[in-house]
Design a protein around this ligand. Structure first.
Ligand SMILES: [Zn+2]
Length: 209
């Protein structure tokens, strides 16, 4: 599996470009900004984007989605429970001092239990409400990788003080869904350094009982 991870935008959201080396099909996860960098990664690996998946509707994750869709024609997948947040992108832009990217439309909802496929690569969508109601993680079992969005970070967890956030829900999502994954799972958080489930299970201060 081709997997390029690079930070985009002023808040340095980790964007993933995941591609099948045989079919040359790709999925882009969280193209928050810097779409030139995304298309450069696609060109380098001669990949064609089939899907644009967004872990949640915060501007730093979704801001570049429409631009990428216009360039590639790929549909935008985002859990519909984040529709209210998606309608607040102008307000979100003001919070973080970014230029509003304009309206973003969801082509289909990314729901818990959904399978995301790109060539022979399969990702399981896990609904992990808490950071936002529509937050999802995408787990690639064959590659033992989790794209965690802003649900889990190395040594921390997503903030829950923004509209739609819930500390009780993120803790439930982490304990019931995320920590149910094997220790070897490589975690690609929405921001910052990569980690593993085992590392976070044993050292993350928010996950100690
Ligand atoms: Zn966020």
């Amino acid at each position: 599996m081709i997997h390029e991870i690079f930070p985009v935008g002023p808040l340095q959201c980790n964007c993933s470009v995941i591609g099948d080396p045989t079919t040359r099909e790709a999925i882009v996860i969280d193209p928050g900004d810097d779409i030139d960098r995304v298309t450069a990664a696609l060109d380098t690996h001669r990949l064609t984007v089939k899907q644009i998946a967004i872990t949640h509707a915060h501007i730093d994750h979704v801001g570049g989605a429409m631009k990428l869709k216009k360039l590639t024609g790929a549909p935008i997948l985002l859990n519909e429970s984040d529709t209210a947040l998606l309608k607040m992108l102008d307000i979100q832009a003001a919070w973080v001092g970014m230029k509003s990217p304009g309206a973003v439309a969801i082509d289909s909802s990314l729901n818990g239990g959904d399978l995301v496929t790109v060539g022979s690569i399969r990702g399981n969508v896990i609904h992990t409400p808490g950071h936002t109601e529509g937050s999802v993680c995408i787990y690639f079992p064959a590659q033992e990788k989790l794209i965690a969005g802003d649900t889990l970070f190395a040594g921390s967890i997503g903030r829950t003080d923004l509209p739609g956030g819930s500390f009780d829900k993120i803790m439930r999502s982490l304990h019931r869904e995320v920590l149910a994954l094997p220790d070897e799972t490589l975690v690609v958080p929405g921001h910052g350094e990569l980690t593993t489930i085992g590392e976070e299970r044993s050292t993350n201060p928010f996950l100690q009982k």
